[in-house]
Design a binder for this molecule. Structure first.
Ligand SMILES: O=C1O[C@H](COP(=O)(O)O)[C@@H](O)[C@H](O)[C@H]1O
Length: 248
């Protein structure tokens, strides 16, 4: 079996309630750790099914979120109030249910700029908010990732291997995305793999086979299999459906 270099934890939840509890525990642990010696907790969000799961994991929790800063691991290149926008999904779901979190805590992409500028500008925002020390890359405290049935994560798709080869940019534009909408921006591997904690949250039996291919076989034809934090920890939180082919 291929070797993974970073610490890896599998959390196989028996029910949605347990999965939400596990996700809540992970976010709490990462924020507590980050806020011990920094003034903010930086978390990168994905779209899709994660939006509702994360919202459920944070509501009714005695959490001080005032020093949290939310970024987007990928974003669709559409207006902020478009139904495809990941920011809009969080605004209508998470922000409406967690009024203690301010909209200004969300660092959003400026999709009014041309696509290339939008990606460059988001990269600049990441650098300026997280701070750069010498030549070192910005380090997120936690990135929450989803995975599509094709093994894509963020907006890194198997059909576009050149996006995985990006070695200098932290955020890149994506055109002709196989999953609509076609234009997006996405974090790249150098930025993702520099995070302190990276957690995939994957649910549903339709993803069981790709979960095995990515997390057991580490089959590099799937972009998700390239996620391996160099100085951090990788966690997979899955439900019984998505985890049914796992024998780690
Ligand atoms: O298009 C996207 O899909 C992935 C996976 O979404 P899911 O609904 O299958 O969980 C998501 O992580 C990514 O942020 C999004 O842009």
């Amino acid at each position: 079996m291929p070797e993974r270099k970073c610490p890896f934890e599998l959390i196989l939840a028996e029910s949605e309630a347990k999965l939400i509890q596990n996700l809540s525990d992970l976010v709490k642990r990462c924020s507590t750790q980050a806020l011990l010696n920094k003034k903010s907790f930086t978390i990168g969000l994905s779209g899709g099914s994660l939006v509702q799961l994360l919202t459920k994991s944070l509501v009714d929790q005695p959490l001080d979120t005032s020093r949290w800063m939310f970024f987007f691991c990928d974003e669709r290149y559409v207006a902020h109030d478009h139904s495809d926008s990941t920011y809009w999904a969080y605004k209508t779901e998470l922000l409406s249910k967690l009024p203690s979190i301010q909209e200004s805590q969300f660092i959003k992409a400026d999709t009014t700029k041309p696509l290339d500028q939008c990606a460059l500008n988001y990269e600049e925002q990441v650098k300026s908010k997280l701070g750069l020390h010498g030549d070192t890359l910005p380090q997120f405290d936690l990135l929450l990732l989803g995975m599509g049935p094709d093994g894509h994560t963020c907006s890194l798709f198997p059909e576009q291997p050149e996006s995985l080869a990006e070695s200098s940019r932290l955020v890149i534009p994506i055109r002709n995305s196989p999953k609509p909408p076609p234009e997006r921006i996405t974090f790249t591997l150098p930025l993702i793999n520099n995070a302190r904690d990276v957690a995939f949250v994957v649910t549903g039996a339709s993803k069981a086979n790709v979960v095995k291919k990515v997390f057991v076989d580490i089959d590099k034809q799937y972009p998700s299999a390239w996620i391996e934090p160099i100085n951090g920890k990788l966690t997979l939180i899955t439900d019984a459906g998505a985890g049914q082919e796992l024998k780690l």
